[in-house]
Design a protein around this ligand. Structure first.
Ligand code: C2E
Ligand code: MG
Ligand code: MG
Ligand code: MG
Length: 292
C-alpha cells in the first residue's frame, strides 16, 4: 500500500507505529465477523427540548461488543471501518437498525420522535446511499421526515459536486439533514449556503464552556444566528450541567443533548423513557434507605 511505503520512506516508521498498523488490520478483520455475528449494537441518546425536558428525537450511536476487547467506541473503530470500506455495509446496517427501532416504537404507540443516524462521508463516496435510505424507509414504513442524517463538515473538504448532488437528492427525497459538530472543521459560510441543512449541531467544544468563557458564549450565539438565517434548527451537543442548559435557553437555543439529560442508552432503556413520558433529566428520588 502506497501509504505504508510512504511512512517508511519518510523515516517515520517506529515499532509503535507497527503496533498501530497491526491493531488496525486485526480490528478490520474482526469487523467482518462482527457484522455476520451481530456484535454491533445501536445505542440511543435523547435529543431534548431544553425548556420542557421532553424527548423529541434521538441520535443512534454505534457500539461494538467485541468478544475479546469488550465494548468498543466508534471513535476507535469507525476510522478503521472507513479505511477498509467496511463502513459501507456497517453504515447500511446502522440505517436499517435505526429504522427498525423507530418502527417498533411507533408500533408501541410511543410518541416518537425522530431518529438520527451518523453517516460518514465515505458512505457518500461508496455510493448508493439514497437507494439504501429509500429501501429502509419503505421496508419499515417510515415517514422520511422522521429520519435525520447527521453529516460532519468533512463533506466540504471533498468539494465534490457528486457529493453535493447526493445531499440534495436525499433532501428532496424528504429526509432531514443535520450538520454535525459545527464549528470544528471546514466551516465556510459560502459552502453552507449550498447545502440544504435542516439542523445544525453546535459542537460540544464550545457548548461546555459557555458559562465561564465569554468567547465560547459569543461563538455559540453567532452559530445560533447563522442557523436562524439558514432556517435550520439548532441543537447544542455535550450539555453536562444545568447551568449550561440555562444559558442556552437564555440564548434562544431550542434543543440539546448531553450527559446532563442522558447518556446514550440501550434500546430498551430508551424505550422505557418514552413509555414513561419522561422529562429529562430524571429526578432521582431521595433515598429513604440508610446507606450503610
Ligand atoms: P457525534 O455524532 O458527534 O456523537 C456525539 C458523541 O458525543 C457520542 O460519542 C456521544 O456519546 C458523546 N456525548 C454525548 N453527550 C455527551 C456529553 O455530555 N459529554 C461528552 N463528553 N460526550 C457526550 P460516541 O458515541 O463515542 O461517538 C463518537 C462519534 O463516532 C460520533 O460523534 C460520530 O461521529 C461517530 N459515530 C457514532 N456512531 C456512528 C455510526 O453509526 N456511523 C458513523 N459513520 N459514525 C458514528
Ligand atoms: Mg452525530
Ligand atoms: Mg456531534
Ligand atoms: Mg463528534
Amino acid at each position: 500500500e502506497v501509504r505504508d511505503r510512504g511512512i517508511r520512506d519518510w523515516g517515520l516508521y517506529t515499532p509503535e507505529l507497527d503496533h498501530v498498523i497491526h491493531e488496525r488490520i486485526s480490528l478490520a478483520s474482526d469487523m467482518v465477523r462482527a457484522l455476520e455475528e451481530g456484535q454491533f449494537e445501536l445505542h440511543f441518546q435523547p435529543k431534548v427540548d431544553l425548556k420542557t425536558g421532553k424527548v423529541i428525537a434521538c441520535e443512534s450511536l454505534l457500539r461494538w461488543l467485541h468478544p475479546e476487547r469488550g465494548m468498543l467506541s466508534p471513535g476507535v473503530f469507525i476510522p478503521v471501518a472507513e479505511q477498509s470500506q467496511l463502513i459501507g455495509p456497517i453504515g447500511k446496517w446502522v440505517l436499517f437498525e435505526a429504522c427498525r427501532h423507530l418502527r417498533a416504537w411507533q408500533d408501541a404507540n410511543l410518541e416518537v420522535v425522530q431518529v438520527a443516524v451518523n453517516v460518514s462521508v465515505v458512505q457518500f463516496e461508496l455510493g448508493g446511499l439514497l437507494e439504501q435510505v429509500r429501501e429502509a424507509i419503505t421496508l419499515y414504513d417510515i415517514d422520511p421526515q422522521s429520519l435525520i442524517i447527521e453529516i460532519t463538515e468533512s463533506v466540504y473538504a471533498r468539494q465534490s459536486k457528486a457529493l453535493l448532488q447526493q445531499i440534495h437528492d436525499l433532501h428532496e427525497f424528504g429526509v432531514r439533514l443535520s450538520l454535525d459538530d459545527f464549528g470544528t472543521g471546514y466551516s465556510s459560510l459560502l459552502y453552507l449556503q449550498n447545502y440544504p441543512f435542516d439542523e445544525i449541531k453546535i459542537d460540544m467544544g464550545f457548548v461546555r464552556r459557555i458559562v465561564e468563557d465569554d468567547y465560547s458564549r459569543r461563538i455559540v450565539s453567532t452559530i445560533l444566528g447563522i442557523s436562524q438565517v439558514m432556517g435550520a434548527d439548532s441543537v447544542a451537543e455535550g450539555i453536562e450541567r444545568p447551568e449550561v442548559r440555562d444559558v442556552l435557553i437564555d440564548m434562544g437555543c431550542g434543543i440539546g443533548q448531553g450527559y446532563y439529560f442522558s447518556m446514550p442508552l440501550a434500546a430498551e432503556d430508551f424505550q422505557w423513557l418514552l413509555e414513561k413520558h419522561a422529562t429529562l433529566p430524571l429526578s432521582v428520588p431521595a433515598s429513604t434507605e440508610p446507606t450503610a
